[in-house]
Ligand binder design. Structure first.
Ligand code: WQD
Length: 344
């Protein structure tokens, strides 16, 4: 066991990426306080975290859009030094139906946190951004200097606006640091199968759809288009293992808190640097699980980007972080988690 390090607030800490990050933070010796409104997660996730790390994190059930809830949290948990902000709504389609919900949840949460940071002497905030800010890239792999394109959904727009809010706040002289992490496509689950992505209705994302189809919960997977300008005609993404992604947050937090020379605002792409097509991912799943995934080719999905993958060089060099989990292992973990969910 490491020496106990600083206290970190993880908003949305019982969610998919949040829970994996709490595990890595605790394994690295940080003390974690979670706030989550459980809108898309469950209290049971806390047991999963405890089973992996041996530590039950402090948990506040509450909504980050309520300033009072947050200030009470900071009063009750003195000495929080850093925040990792996962608390946000994240379904692209839903955001088109309910834009105000997305703007309220995602923007108000961030504004509340930023407002309280100087008051409670919180030094740094890691913000979950997305490769969606790049839109359809002009070139791949894409690095952090690429232009930000007009957002194609309210969800994507909240990521862009939140990046701007943080940028403006720091430019105003606020005495805080921030690291914006632009995630590519996070997939997989903890190898222990204690935590993973919790299914909520019919999945929108590819990997939960694959694993649910393999488990017989869905009849077949629809591959959205095979007439794209790519080698096999299907879209290409940079699929990154959720544990690799979680580890990057720990490194980013350590950099903000321990490195007095680092810039107040930094941005990093978090991807593997490898693009995989939808068909290649299905193949990787079948190889890892030994289970065939029935699929058919369907129409293109509106708004999909044809191909995007990361140039993660900046994160590799400056953060000293690199995605290392092989895709077969990621898919095998996703399958282990699916089987465990079904058995619950
Ligand atoms: C990947 C590929 C689909 C489902 C979205 C958000 C992004 C980020 C992650 C998160 C695409 C294809 C999918 C299916 C398919 N946000 N597909 N059949 O669209 O790259 O990214 O989620 O919180 O901001 O935009 O991910 O997993 O939905 O799709 O063929 O049933 O799989 O067309 O090419 P996407 P995805």
């Amino acid at each position: 066991m490491n020496d106990m390090k600083e206290k970190i607030l993880v908003t949305g800490g019982t969610g998919y990426i949040g829970s994996h990050t709490v595990v890595e933070l605790q394994n690295a010796g940080y003390e974690v306080v979670i706030i989550d409104n459980l809108s898309n997660s469950s209290r049971k996730v806390l047991d999963g975290i405890k089973n992996i790390t041996g530590i039950m994190p402090a948990f506040v059930e509450g909504d980050c859009t309520d300033l009072k809830t947050l200030s009470t949290l900071f009063e009750n948990h003195k000495g929080i030094k850093g925040i990792i902000n996962f608390a946000a709504s994240k379904a692209v389609g839903e955001s088109v139906e309910k834009p105000l919900l997305y703007y309220r949840n995602n923007l108000v949460t961030l504004i509340n946190l930023l407002e309280l940071m100087p008051q409670y002497d919180v030094k740094g905030i890691v913000f979950s951004s997305s490769c969606t800010v790049y839109g359809e890239p002009d070139v791949n792999p894409i690095d952090e200097t690429a232009p930000i394109k007009v957002a194609t959904s309210p969800y994507g727009n909240t990521k862009q606006i939140c990046e701007e809010i943080i940028t403006d706040f720091i430019a105003s002289g606020a005495n805080i640091k921030s690291i914006l992490l632009r995630y590519f496509n996070p997939i997989g689950a903890h190898p222990s199968a204690e935590i993973g992505e919790l299914p909520n209705g019919i999945p929108n994302n590819l990997v939960p759809y694959i694993t649910q189809t393999a488990a017989g919960i869905r009849k077949e997977l629809t591959v959205f288009g095979n007439d794209y300008n790519t080698p096999d005609g299907t879209c290409i993404r940079d699929f990154i293992d959720v544990v690799d992604l979680a580890r990057a947050h720990v490194v980013a937090m350590k950099r903000m808190l321990d490195n007095s020379d680092s810039d107040a605002l930094e941005v990093f792409n978090l991807g593997t640097g490898n693009g995989l097509s939808v068909l290649q991912l299905i193949e990787a799943f079948e190889k890892a699980s030994g289970v065939k995934v029935p699929y058919r080719i369907g129409e293109r999905r509106a708004g999909d980007i044809e191909q995007i993958w990361a140039n993660p060089k900046k994160a590799n060099e400056i953060l000293g972080w690199k995605a290392v989990v092989p895709i077969e292992e990621t898919m095998s973990n996703a399958w282990k988690w699916q089987c465990r969910c079904a058995g619950n």
